[in-house]
Design a protein around this ligand. Structure first.
Ligand SMILES: [Zn+2]
Length: 370
């Protein structure tokens, strides 16, 4: 009963916030398109809702961050070329921005030739906003410049969006994304993070402006992100498991118990995705909540013992067909997220201690409710 109430409270809160985030994003993209439609700035597609808050589970009760990927498309007369970069430890890309000839295509009124064959055209019409001049470093899309530009655009357009009278905007420091907090009249805060992404072909995999796990991420390096594929995976499961959502409760309970520990929520999310595809969904039912919770903890324990937890989207034949992956990811060798445990006995021993603590907390939470 305790957990049911807790979950319902969370879901109601999230749904209320979804509406605000969605209506805000619609206005944001509308204003952007109005201002930049006739320029050489990237074209924005509809923002994609990703991450735990949109998937229906959240490690926190308060100050939930709503994350969205803002897909960038090249402006007219330009193309994006993804160049594979070093793998550390995940795949990274650089995005080269090139001008292409569009002379053969229909030109807008007043123009006869493309930017490439008539540079004057570009300078005459679009001098104020040019992706190559403003958002690139040596023809490569620069994540930091892009983030800075969007932060500035957000601040300046806030008034134009007619929101300044009802809500207060605070842009938060972030060098590769656009992070901000919107406070309404009653003092309620919503945290939003916009990451920029470029789609890999027509797949559900993007390269994004988020940080890599390396200590330093060059400005022109864009790590591969699986966030859109994960969101699609959770929607797929929700459709199949409907109306039961006890799997979300399991995940919710476990990650809540992780707070303040060294285990990452991503580890648990990965375990959860493996368990959800390995066992029939029809057996998910609130009646078997204990059993499912035990299955998840056992799975994690076995991974720690074997020092192997495979990345869910790399070389995994159990990924549902509905999720579109680039061919090279489907056929790749599985990638071990616990690789570091094989090289560092201290890390391995520490992870096992953390696991014991997690198990104790989960039991305590279920039995005592805190
Ligand atoms: Zn041309």
């Amino acid at each position: 009963m305790f957990f049911d109430e807790d979950m319902q409270w969370l879901v109601r809160g999230l749904e209320r916030d979804y509406k605000s985030v969605r209506s805000f994003m619609e206005i944001f993209i509308h204003v952007y398109q109005y201002i930049f439609s006739n320029t050489s700035f990237p074209v924005l597609e509809k923002a994609i809702e990703v991450g735990s808050a949109f998937e229906g589970w959240s490690p926190r009760k308060e100050d939930v961050t709503y994350r969205l990927i803002l897909p960038l498309k090249p402006p007219r007369g330009h193309i994006f070329h993804l160049e594979p970069g070093p793998v550390w430890p995940m795949r990274n890309f650089r995005i080269r921005v090139e001008l292409v000839c569009t002379c053969e295509m229909e030109q807008p009124a007043g123009e006869t030739r493309c930017f490439l064959h008539d540079p004057e055209q570009e300078h005459g019409r679009n001098a104020a906003f040019s992706i190559l001049d403003d958002l690139c470093t040596a023809s490569y899309l620069d994540a930091q410049k892009t983030a800075r530009y969007f932060q500035m655009f957000l601040r300046r357009s806030w008034r134009a969006m007619h929101l300044s009278a009802i809500r207060r905007l605070t842009v938060l420091p972030s060098d590769r994304s656009c992070k901000f907090c919107v406070t309404n009249r009653r003092g309620k805060r919503i945290f939003i993070e916009l990451m920029f992404g470029v789609q890999e072909g027509d797949s559900d995999i993007f390269v994004s402006s988020q940080h890599t796990e390396a200590a330093y991420t060059p400005n022109t390096m864009w790590p591969e992100t699986y966030a859109v594929a994960e969101m699609k995976f959770f929607r797929y499961i929700a459709r199949k498991a409907h109306p039961d959502t006890s799997y979300l409760r399991c995940l919710q309970l476990c990650v809540r118990c992780l707070l303040g520990r060294d285990f990452s929520t991503y580890t648990l999310k990965t375990v959860m995705m493996h368990v959800l595809t390995a066992l029939p969904l029809s057996t998910w039912h609130r009646r078997y909540f204990w059993e499912w919770l035990s299955t998840i903890l056992h799975y994690l324990q076995r991974c720690l013992h074997e020092k192997r937890l495979n990345h869910f989207f790399i070389g995994n034949e159990n990924v549902p067909e509905e999720i579109i992956l680039p061919q090279e990811l489907r056929t790749a060798e599985p990638f071990n997220l616990f690789q570091h445990l094989t090289q560092n006995p201290y890390a391995s021993a520490h992870a096992k201690l953390e696991f014991e603590e997690l198990r104790k907390r989960v039991h305590r939470m279920l039995l005592d409710g805190h």
